[in-house]
Ligand binder design. Structure first.
Ligand code: F6R
Length: 352
């Protein structure tokens, strides 16, 4: 059942701290500052190609960046576009990110990769799913069953699992720092669930013409996911952009009636640049909702702030997404949408 929640989606959003603890359990040796995953230790791919659809594709974009940061060439492909990818070489690993393990586009991309001689891996939630059975390796995200059609806890668990995967196969200076951030993640997600003012933001903007989401680096996939969640469950127009792309066209869409959600973390180069993009939006009188740890000046240009704790940008992505899940949920709820079963959508898409 829904354990007292109005919708499975809200229940599953609130299950995230537990899901993330399950994902991490037994896989991190904190004393040694290492990630130990049996089965992965002997994998040292020359490159990684991710294939996935929808929300899982956003996780794949994030995962590819993790590997690139660790010095391994990596790219994310929409599974339905994998035919256009450079064929993987023998030492490449092709990773299908798929909650259900049954998505036809993803299965077909994985089969094509295997036919070309690549080693394959499923990052999935469902033990014994087709992807898990057909791939050479299966890495389980352990989120528990997800009933709501909109992926929520499984996205957070995918991001967490992909961190473990990257740490388990590579060894960088950032390993210890990331491990600390991952250990703190379940508690930090709980704090967001307890304290987020997402409902107030939803009430302010429930009647907007459109919703835009911007982010850079690890926060770019979060912007895409924020927009996808908003369209799926509210049926409103929403788009996610890389912050820097705004001025290359989308800025023409920005008005007083289109709030822009900007994910800005840290106070480095990326934050400074995104801040510049936020100023452009603010100058066009669009409402700005900053999802931020307060390290940059972005709050000065924001109409609303969804607060993040100071943490590693990789962990901040999960936390920012939690706020955005809640904003979409509350907008959909105010509009009276069928949140757990949005029109025209199915939980598992088994046709190409
Ligand atoms: C969005 C959503 C879909 C799925 C996509 C892939 O909330 O749920 O975009 O992410 O259909 O599904 P899986 O991960 O099962 O391959």
């Amino acid at each position: 059942g829904k354990s007292g929640y109005d919708h499975f989606m809200l229940k599953e959003i609130h299950e995230q701290p537990r899901a993330l603890r399950q994902c991490l359990r037994g896989r991190v040796d904190e004393m040694a500052g290492t990630v130990d995953i049996e089965d992965l230790a002997d994998l040292s791919p020359s490159g990684v190609q991710f294939v996935a659809c929808g929300t899982s594709y956003h996780a794949a974009l994030y995962g590819a960046q993790l590997f690139r940061d660790a010095g391994i060439p990596a790219q994310a492909f929409l599974a339905s576009e994998y035919a256009t990818a450079t064929p993987p070489t023998g030492e490449a690993l092709v990773v299908g990110v798929t909650q259900s393990g049954e998505t036809a586009d993803t299965l077909s991309a994985l089969r094509a990769a295997r036919k070309r001689g690549a080693r394959t891996m499923a990052v999935t939630n469902v033990v014994g799913s087709t992807a898990a059975r057909e791939c050479d390796h299966a890495f389980y995200i352990r989120a528990g069953p997800e009933i709501g059609v909109a992926a929520t806890k499984t996205f957070s668990s995918q991001l967490t699992a992909l961190n473990l995967l990257a740490l388990g196969m590579t060894n960088t200076q950032e390993t210890r720092e990331t491990i600390t951030a991952l250990r703190e993640l379940p508690g930090n997600v709980q704090r967001i669930l307890d304290e987020s003012n997402a409902e107030e933001v939803a009430e302010t903007y429930e009647n907007s013409d459109a919703y835009f989401f911007i982010g850079r680096g690890y926060q770019f996939p979060v912007a895409l996911e924020g927009a996808l969640k908003m369209k799926e469950i509210t049926y409103k127009h929403a788009e996610g952009f890389a912050s820097g792309e705004l001025k290359h066209g989308p800025l023409a869409l920005v008005t007083q009636n289109t709030p822009v959600f900007a994910v800005v973390t840290g106070d480095g180069e990326q934050a400074r640049k995104t801040l510049g993009n936020v100023k452009e939006v603010e100058a066009r009188d669009a409402p700005v909702v900053a999802i931020t740890d307060g390290q940059s000046e972005v709050e000065r240009y924001a109409d609303h702030v969804l607060e993040l704790p100071e943490t590693h940008p990789r962990a901040a992505a999960v936390l920012a997404n939690t706020h955005l899940q809640l904003v979409s949920y509350h907008v959909a709820s105010l509009l009276g949408r069928n949140i757990d079963k949005p029109r025209n959508l199915a939980k598992s898409v088994t046709v190409e």
